[in-house]
Design a protein around this ligand. Structure first.
Ligand code: JFZ
Length: 422
């Protein structure tokens, strides 16, 4: 398949990335004056409780994440098969996690910590061969009197977006694109009703500085380089364009001490397979705490996926969207790379351990386990009276990988699917 935009090839190959939501809000850990944010998102705490800027900025006065270690983050991503890292350089609260001349409301100038997190992460990612990317909240900025979002400190009627655009947004994007070397992609968010001409200017501006920097879909109006699916949402059907879904590992993006509703590794595995199968990338979030530590449980969950990827990565990286099959596959599903289909068995069949699926017309030349290369027996047939194509794969009593055992089907050509007829 010939695709445009060659500069996206690293991202198309990557398939699995690490999202990091970390800011001064992390110090509140999802609670304000003893009240919890609940499901509203701990990184939204300032707006959730309409905290006056004067009070909120006091968090910065004591923000001192002494446990933060950029190399540990980058190594964690690399060790666990996450090929790119998207870090919240500035979230909706307007606080920059990097040295900014455009606004002193930043980690270097406004905290005792005084270190440039973006700089340290960019360097560490380079060292560990992880593509470094930044999240930047372009429309909402609850610190700026002229940006969107803060209607408790500022009057909507007095706002002039142009002033914010020219004096904070553009200069800060410039800083991100000039201070830290190549930026893999810039992840914009919540464009809401941002006027189209500003979004166009923003895209043009990014590309004028770093033409190969990918821009995500949430810059608005389909001006980005790929489609950003809704948060925590997997499309029902395959979607052949470039797309990505951001997922939380519990229910919140920013750290919340009360949110221990972790998705288990099987669930994350299922998300990764379904998203890759339908042609997308999974951007999985972690929310470090006030000291800069990645919560232990989220690290453990990702490490389970990482260990699986070391053996089975071929079935994930560089895959393109698999065809839609006529029937749901409760046991898992397929990813695809050219004429290979990777069958992901997240659930194991009972005796006599036969996995059946329908709809594949293309002849299978060979089937084998990805984990050890050993041959897998199969039967492929067509039932003329019922007009059904069947494949039956003979599995052993026990899975080779507890989490997900992959069987590779080498096809005689492009996968062709027999759709249902009435
Ligand atoms: C946004 C942010 O507001 C949030 O804090 C977080 O950074 C997340 C990744 O993105 O939240 C959204 C944006 C879009 C949708 C849902 C939440 N959406 O399209 O469903």
């Amino acid at each position: 398949m010939i695709r445009e935009k060659d500069f996206m090839n690293w991202w198309r190959e990557a398939k699995f990335g690490m999202f990091i939501h970390w800011g001064i809000y992390s110090a509140l850990a999802g609670s304000w004056n003893g009240k919890s944010c609940g499901m509203l998102g701990a990184e939204w705490i300032m707006r959730n409780f309409r905290i006056p800027l004067k009070e909120y900025r006091r968090i910065a006065d004591s923000f001192n994440p002494t446990e933060f270690d950029a190399e540990e983050y980058a190594k964690f991503a690399a060790d666990n098969g996450m090929k790119y890292m998207v870090f919240t350089a500035k979230h909706h609260d307007g606080f920059a996690m990097y040295k900014s001349k455009a606004s002193s409301y930043n980690i270097v100038d406004a905290t005792p910590f005084g270190r440039d997190i973006v700089k340290e992460l960019a360097e560490a990612c380079k060292k560990y061969n992880v593509k470094f990317c930044v999240y930047y909240s372009q429309y909402q900025d609850w610190e700026d009197p002229n940006a969107n979002g803060n209607d408790w400190d500022y009057n909507e009627a007095d706002k002039d977006f142009k002033i914010y655009f020219e004096n904070k947004l553009i200069p800060q994007v410039n800083e991100l694109l000039t201070q830290y070397g190549d930026i893999g992609l810039i992840w914009f968010d919540t464009p809401y009703d941002m006027p189209r001409e500003y979004c166009e200017q923003l895209v043009e501006y990014v590309k004028s500085i770093q033409p190969n920097c990918i821009i995500n879909g949430r810059v608005g109006y389909y001006l980005g380089d790929y489609k950003q699916m809704s948060d925590n949402s997997i499309p029902v059907l395959s979607y052949p364009g470039d797309w990505e879904t951001p997922f939380t590992i519990n229910n919140t993006w920013g750290y919340d001490k009360n949110d221990t509703d972790w998705k288990d590794p099987k669930t994350i595995m299922e998300m990764l397979v379904k998203i890759n199968s339908r042609g997308g990338n999974l951007l999985l979030n972690v929310g470090p705490d006030e000291l800069g530590r990645i919560p232990e449980r989220s690290a453990e969950i990702i490490q389970v996926i990482g260990r699986w990827l070391k053996i089975n990565g071929e079935s994930i990286y560089g895959t393109t969207c698999a065809p839609d099959f006529p029937y749901m596959m409760a046991w898992g599903g397929f990813t695809r790379k050219s004429n290979k289909l990777y069958m992901h068995n997240l659930k194991w069949p009972v005796y006599p351990y036969i996995r059946h699926f329908g709809g594949l017309k293309t002849k299978i030349n060979r089937a084998y386990f990805l984990a050890d290369g050993s041959e897998v027996e199969f039967i492929q047939n067509y039932e003329p009276a019922r007009d059904e194509y069947n494949v039956r794969v003979k599995l052993p009593e026990k899975p080779l990988c507890e989490l997900n055992t992959v069987v590779v089907l080498e096809l005689d050509g492009e996968p062709e699917i027999h759709q249902l007829k009435i």
